[in-house]
Design a protein around this ligand. Structure first.
Ligand code: ADE
Length: 240
């Protein structure tokens, strides 16, 4: 997958792109990230890309032109099929695992990181075809949200996680929270690992984990459980 990121702070991405799984995904050719500095498309010698809001009010607004020019430079030839062109803003649809899977099926994404008090509305109306928020809180800019989306999408790309079940069997993909995990030692400060996990009985372990995941979801995120179709086995595990 290729991701173009339009930002006024490309340096924010350096650590993220050069660490751990994202670094490896890039090295192995699963992911290409092209950072575009929006200031390169400013047509003034100060390279400014914001201005005062018409109608007055606090703060500055990102101008339409540099953002339009930056996207047009990436997509020469009008009328061609456009990839998702996503504006990151708190006003967008809220990002979740289902949207991550949908975006992971695309060959290319263009992410536009908003800033200041907002972005000229014409970007929203005539340039982007999607607007995404990573949650109901306000950040200083769209850079962290862009990294969140790249991270969640990259781990779903075929070949990125060593274990092919890694991404599909994780909690949100299954609609449940994760079951408890333990590693060595068996006893830590007198705290023991649940006996069933040491039993070697794979069916018992599967049932225990499923029950733990169901119970945890029931207690912490009943909203998630309500969306699930529970099997007869799940119903039994929940009442036990
Ligand atoms: N920009 C500022 N806050 C944001 C959020 N919560 N999601 C996406 N972009 C943002």
């Amino acid at each position: 997958m290729r991701v173009d990121v339009l930002t006024i702070f490309p340096e924010m991405f350096t650590g993220f792109l050069n660490t751990s799984i994202i670094k490896r995904a890039r090295e192995q050719g699963h992911l290409t990230v092209n950072l575009v500095d929006i200031r390169d498309y400013a047509r003034n010698k100060h390279r400014s890309v914001d201005d005062y809001p018409f109608g007055g009010g606090p703060g500055m607004v990102m101008q339409a032109e540099p953002i339009f020019l930056a996207v047009e430079a990436l997509l020469p030839g009008a009328g061609a099929v456009r990839p998702p062109i996503i504006l990151l803003s708190p006003q967008g649809e809220v990002f979740n695992q289902a949207l991550a899977s949908e975006l992971a099926r695309q060959e290319r994404l263009i992410l536009i990181c908003g800033h200041y008090e907002g972005v000229d509305e014409r970007v929203r109306q005539f340039l982007v075809n999607r607007e995404v928020s990573i949650g109901d809180y306000v950040l200083t800019g769209g850079e962290l949200p862009a990294m969140v989306i790249i991270d969640a999408v990259t781990r779903l790309l075929p070949g990125v996680l060593g274990d092919p079940a890694g991404a599909t069997e994780d909690s949100f993909a299954m609609g449940l929270l994760e079951y408890p995990q333990y590693t060595r030692p068996r006893s830590f400060r007198g705290l023991e690992v649940p006996e069933v996990l040491l039993s070697g009985n794979h069916e018992q372990i599967r049932l225990w984990r499923r029950q733990q995941a169901l119970e945890r979801t029931w207690r912490r995120r009943p909203d998630l459980l309500a969306k699930l179709e529970l099997s007869p086995e799940d119903r039994r595990l929940l009442v036990d």
